[in-house]
Design a binder for this molecule. Structure first.
Ligand SMILES: Nc1ncnc2c1ncn2[C@@H]1O[C@H](COP(=O)(O)OP(=O)(O)OP(=O)(O)O)[C@@H](O)[C@H]1O
Length: 254
């Protein structure tokens, strides 16, 4: 089976510092992979290379077998890869439902003048409402986006990513900046997307309990290099990972 996402020898250097070094990885469709590693290991830089925010110094990125190394983030989004902070078109003065409905509409390629028909509009709205249920935000469907709490905004972003037909979701520390009370809700959202079973998820997260609970595979980055990639059980038993890093991670875990 062809991987939905693949990197070959992916490398990026900033000046003399190699932040991601020779990373080759295959991610199969509908799997959940978490990327772990100490601060500065290159996790976010790796995501930037996947999403196209950064161009590699060398190496390649493939989406569904297509070489996207030189494609813009927008073109990669159209091929099904999405990252939550790429969502810049959240309209603060529109309701939550309207925001998601516009994303559904954009994905369908239908513009204002073409969807005057009430049935089409209702279908878009219904789909948007379903997505709000997936991200556990349907009770806020009529709230203005600008009035959402931080955690709810992250849920809205995820709903919009789903509305845009994102097959490969890149989630970079979705719980960052959240209050402790907000964390279980975003965890439930991620779990429910995973359980729907039709998306591939890559997660960067420091919370090891969350990572171990959700992941099919773990990828360990250390000094920009891929130290190991395996099931959570095997990673936890991997002596190299243990000695290089895991002890320290548990100390850091919040
Ligand atoms: N645009 C940039 N210019 C120069 N150096 C950069 C740039 N982006 C990242 N780096 C460097 O690359 C290294 C990896 O950083 P990165 O943010 O990817 O680590 P990380 O694993 O995501 O860390 P954290 O867990 O703290 O978020 C760091 O040394 C960082 O300073």
């Amino acid at each position: 089976m062809q991987p939905v996402l693949e990197t070959k020898d992916l490398t990026i250097s900033f000046g003399g510092h190699t932040a991601v070094s020779g990373v080759s990885l295959q991610v199969m469709a509908h799997t959940f992979t978490s990327i772990i590693g100490p601060n500065g290991a290159g996790k976010t830089t790796f995501f930037n290379l996947l999403s196209g925010q950064f161009r590699p110094t060398s190496g390649k990125v493939f989406i569904k077998g297509k070489d996207v190394t030189h494609l813009s983030p927008a073109k990669r989004t159209r091929l099904g890869m999405g990252r939550s902070f790429q969502i810049t078109n959240v309209f603060p003065s529109l309701t939550v439902l309207e925001n998601v409905r516009l994303a559904v509409q954009a994905q369908a390629g239908v513009f204002y003048n073409m969807f005057a028909h009430r049935k089409t509009y209702a279908a878009f709205e219904e789909k948007a409402y379903e997505l709000l249920k997936t991200v556990l935000l349907s009770q806020k469907s009529d709230s203005l986006a600008k009035h959402l709490a931080h955690g709810e905004k992250r849920k809205l972003e995820i709903a919009m990513l789903l509305a845009l037909g994102t097959e490969v979701l890149l989630l970079d520390e979705p719980t960052a900046g959240m209050s402790l009370e907000e964390v279980p809700a975003i965890l439930d959202v991620i779990r429910s997307i995973k359980e729907e079973g039709n998306r591939t998820i890559l997660l960067i997260e420091h919370k090891m309990d969350m990572v171990l609970d959700l992941s099919d595979r773990l990828m360990v980055l250390f000094n920009g290099k891929l130290l190991a990639e395996d099931t959570p059980e095997k990673i936890m038993q991997n002596e190299l990972v243990q000695s290089a890093y895991l002890g320290g991670l548990y100390d850091d875990a919040s």
